[in-house]
Design a protein around this ligand. Structure first.
Ligand code: ATP
Ligand code: MG
Length: 336
């Protein structure tokens, strides 16, 4: 039986990258599986967020805002299980087992570790290093088979498969499934607006590098106006974007927001200058995002309701997680 799990860190405000690469696809997956009995489980992963310093009040606010973003974008607590990671202790409990299955060398190869730890990796938290083992636990504590993510998380889902396979092999069982990453759509890797070689991220120190889901229309227009580009006009087919990462990024964003292919977009806008295309892109982004940010603001007026939704989601998640943890402990030989 397929089962879908994914999560987002409350490490800042939601970005357009999170929306196009993750949340919008969570919603599509939820709706496509509506009547099939396939569970869709979506988490706010606060324990991942604290692998780098988070101000406590900001963590609380960002967790609620992320939940509001999920719901505003179309995740329905009656159809999907929505909760906060730390509410379901089984994630961290299984992560410990996986810390003992995964190898140091596997973790050292992770590009997210290398990027986030930076040059002074001795000073990074132990949690940041072990992040992929916790992510494997998030997924496998539900025996999830499919994980919709952006391109940047492909390596971690592959590591999840390695951990599952090593666990199964070491203990001679066929217990954990080999999970598939599901990376689809026109915007699996939205790039920074300031640097076409860097992913758009909610934790990037430059606010100008990203569109936040809560940005107002003027801010969105200003950020796209200032977005880095080259001086040439837009090409009339996708091949013409070769070697033009910033141009490609803006066209990809347009295509994803408008549910078109890149070639379809370029058929309409090929030959235009960025001075013409950028306002079109801003208008489209505002039209698509403002209903969501409006609903997020409304939901944020009632944090108690958000918390109640997460608590009841956590209760449902625990019912699935507890027997899988229990069985894992038995396999490992732990006396209960
Ligand atoms: P942080 O900078 O704190 O790592 P983030 O913006 O990378 O934040 P995550 O919580 O790490 O967000 O990732 C949540 C989901 O959003 C993942 O599925 C990830 O692949 C996806 N995602 C993140 N950034 C992008 C992006 N620029 N384009 C497409 N998908 C993205
Ligand atoms: Mg990230």
């Amino acid at each position: 039986q397929p089962r879908v799990f994914s999560g987002i860190q409350p490490s800042g405000g939601l970005t357009l990258g999170n929306y196009l690469g993750a949340i919008r696809r969570f919603v599509d997956t939820q709706n496509a599986n509506r009547d099939s009995g396939i569970e869709t489980i979506y988490c706010m992963v606060d324990q991942h967020a604290i692998t780098v310093w988070q101000d406590p009040a900001a963590l609380t606010r960002n967790t609620r805002e992320l939940a509001a973003g999920y719901i505003a974008a179309g995740l329905d607590p009656a159809k999907s299980i929505l909760f906060n990671q730390s509410q379901v202790a089984e994630h961290a409990q299984l992560a410990w087992i996986f810390n003992c299955v995964a190898r140091m060398g596997w973790m050292q190869r992770m590009t997210q570790w290398k990027d986030k730890a930076g040059k002074n990796s001795q000073n990074a938290s132990l949690g940041l290093f072990a992040y992929p083992a916790l992510m494997a636990a998030d997924i496998l504590i539900y025996h999830a088979t499919h994980v919709p993510v952006g391109e940047d998380q492909k390596q971690h889902v592959e590591l999840t498969r390695d951990i599952a396979a090593k666990f199964n092999h070491d203990f001679g069982v066929d217990f954990f499934p080999l999970t598939e990453p599901v990376i689809e759509g026109a915007a699996t890797r939205v790039m920074s607006l300031r640097d076409g070689s860097k992913k758009m991220s909610k934790s990037d120190p430059s606010d100008a590098s990203r569109i936040n889901m809560t940005d107002d229309a003027d801010t969105i227009a200003q950020k796209f106006r200032k977005a880095k580009t080259d001086p040439d006009a837009l090409p009339s087919e996708a091949a013409g974007l070769e070697g033009r990462p910033e141009a490609r990024n803006l066209v990809n964003i347009y295509a994803a927001l408008n549910d078109q292919s890149v070639d379809e977009v370029l058929r309409d806008v090929g030959g235009r200058q960025f001075s013409e295309f950028k306002p079109m892109l801003s208008d489209l982004a505002v039209a698509k995002l403002s209903p969501i940010s409006g609903e997020m603001a409304r939901l944020m007026q009632a944090p108690d309701e958000i918390d109640a939704i997460l608590r009841s989601g956590a209760d449902r998640a625990r019912v699935m997680a507890a027997p899988i943890l229990k069985r894992t402990y038995e396999i490992v030989g732990m006396v209960s």
